[in-house]
Each structure stands twice: as C-alpha cells, then as structure tokens.
Design a protein around this ligand. Structure first.
Ligand SMILES: [Fe+2]
Ligand SMILES: [Fe+2]
Length: 143
C-alpha cells in the first residue's frame, strides 16, 4: 500500500524533474539569444531564473534517489521563441504548470507519509509563485 503511494509520488517527481530541466534550458537559452534592449534589461533576470530552476533540478534528483529510484536526466524539448513577449509567455505557461503539478505532488507526498518532502514541495510552490508573479507583472505592462 505504502509502496504504491511512493511509486505514484516517484512518477510525479520524475515528470517534475523533466519540467524543471525544460525550464532551466528555456531560461538559459532565452538569456543568451536575446538581442537589443532586452539583452540589457531582461537577460540578467532570465539567467538568474535559469540558476534557480537548476536548483530545483538538483533538489528533485536527490529526492528521487532518496526514495529509492534513479533520476532520468535527459534534455527535454523547450520553447525556442526569439520574440521577447513570446518567450515570457512560454515561461509563464511553464511556471503555472509547475505550481499546479506541485500542488498535486504535495498531496501525494502527504498520502505517502513523506512530511518533510511535502514541506519542501510547498516551498517550491512559493518560489514558482514568485517567478509567475514577476512574469505577470512584466506582461501586464506590455505595450
Ligand atoms: Fe522550478
Ligand atoms: Fe520557476
């Protein structure tokens, strides 16, 4: 019974890991390819976000190992938009998806008796919410 719940949790964490890898690569790509005024104003922010998403990758990888499995670390496809507004919209989609998925993972961690992990996942929700709010703010004032 408990094993089945851990299995479900592991499947979810593995898909979270893939999404975090996608976010890391997407932010890294965007921070490199931006030209014009965006290169000056927004590239440093995107580069910093890439670093934060990489920390999420490391966290999830370690958790998957701690629960007895092996993390799958392969490069997923990511958004290769070159238009700044499209870039930020792609990022916002990914942040919103992350929040929804982590809410589900919190429930699964609780059901599996993994209280410490549940708390850490809630912290991830708080971080992804900050990422989402920052993007919403920029896109709201777009002209
Ligand atoms: Fe993340
Ligand atoms: Fe994020």
């Amino acid at each position: 019974m408990a094993d089945r719940k851990i299995q479900k949790l592991l499947e979810g964490l593995q898909s979270d890991l893939e999404r975090e890898l996608r976010a890391t690569l997407q932010y890294m790509y965007q921070s490199s390819v931006l030209l014009g005024v965006g290169a000056l104003s927004i590239s440093p922010h995107l580069r910093q976000e890439a670093g934060e998403e990489l920390k999420h990758v490391a966290f999830l990888s370690d958790q998957i190992v701690a629960l007895g499995s092996t993390p799958k670390l392969t490069a997923p496809k990511f958004g290769e938009a070159r238009d700044l507004k499209q870039m930020l919209e792609n990022d916002l989609d990914l942040e919103r998806e992350a929040i929804l998925e982590y809410r589900e993972r919190v429930k699964q961690a609780e059901a599996a008796g993994e209280v410490g992990l549940k708390i850490r996942l809630e912290e991830l929700i708080a971080e992804e919410t900050e990422h989402m709010r920052a993007l919403e703010k920029v896109l709201r004032g777009w002209q």
